[in-house]
Design a protein. Structure first.
Length: 303
């Protein structure tokens, strides 16, 4: 399945829009030129410009992503980009800095079981002038059967959003990995933000919600920053959520009622010997309006 034939969840681009099956152009859609790397023209692919991020929802159905990356020949002497492929918040590959005269670089990336894949073009720290970044012949290898991700390694620090969930219930749309709760579609939430701080990792939910994660008695602590997302500061109800952590059905922590006006609350919970952890966002007995609960920077400390 070509990436340009699959709808993306979101796309940001350093100059104009991301282009499908042509290189980046100007500020209008469809104004690029044929994707060309080192004299080879590619009929399929994505034309981006650093700094850019193209995010796809794969739902665990794909096993590989392949592409040939480089600076488009439309920029014959300038441009410098690092290309990265990120799955469910984990960077799988980052290229060296590629310039206008660099040889195109073929990529083959294992995305087995990934829910989300991000194609990132970075300006390499020298500003983004002329950074026309081609994901030429970009495609996913997928099947009609959902693929299980590799078994997680419960060792060291492990983010909750990087682990498989053995259960997920959410009060509005799906619970989100590494972004706040959105609407009815997966991946449509904004960045996790509490007290003006943006968190790249965490879980975004809406009360009433319960996320269940198997920790297999291999972890000793769960930590997070809990609160109602800043997106609700300008809403009428401002949300009201009680955050609860349970281990093997036993309540380990319960916060006071938090709203968007409350200070975010750091959590540190002893889960030594716990097989299964439940992260619960309770609506506090009201109508659950605007109850966007963030488990920001949620992670486990494991042996």
């Amino acid at each position: 399945m070509f990436a340009s034939d699959h709808p993306w969840v979101s796309a940001t681009n350093g100059w104009g829009p991301v282009e499908k099956d042509q290189s980046n152009g100007g500020t209008g859609a469809g104004d690029g030129t044929p994707l060309t790397l080192n004299g080879t023209v590619y009929a399929k692919g994505l034309g981006a410009h650093a700094n850019g991020n193209i995010r796809y929802y794969l739902g665990g159905y794909c096993t590989a992503f392949t592409a040939t990356v480089g600076i488009d020949d439309a920029q014959p002497t300038r441009g410098s980009v690092k290309f990265s492929v990120v799955t469910d918040g984990t960077t799988k590959v980052t290229t060296p800095v590629l310039g206008a005269t660099s040889a195109p670089l073929p990529l083959t990336v294992d995305v087995t079981g990934a829910q989300y894949v991000e194609l990132v073009a970075d300006d390499a720290g020298d500003s983004n002038g002329n950074d026309h970044a081609d994901w030429a012949d970009a495609k996913f290898t997928c099947s009609s059967t959902s693929q299980e991700p590799p078994a997680p390694v419960l060792q060291g620090t492990v983010f909750a959003s990087d682990l498989p969930w053995i259960g997920s219930i959410n009060g509005w749309g799906p619970a989100e990995r590494d972004r706040a709760n959105g609407e009815q579609n997966a991946g449509d939430g904004p960045a996790l933000r509490l007290d003006g701080v943006v968190y790249p990792k965490g879980i975004g939910v809406h009360a009433d919600s319960k996320i269940s994660i198997a920790t297999e008695a291999k972890c000793t602590a769960f930590t997070a920053v809990a609160g109602v997302d800043d997106a609700k500061l300008n809403k009428g109800l401002h949300g009201s959520v009680v955050f609860i952590v349970k281990g093997d059905g036993r309540e380990l922590l319960r916060t006071p009622v938090l709203s968007a006006d409350s200070a975010a609350l750091p959590l540190n919970v002893d889960i030594t010997g716990v097989q299964n952890v439940e992260l619960i966002a309770d609506r506090n007995g009201d109508d659950a309006g605007d109850d966007w609960g963030d488990w920001a920077d949620a992670k486990f400390s494991c042996a």
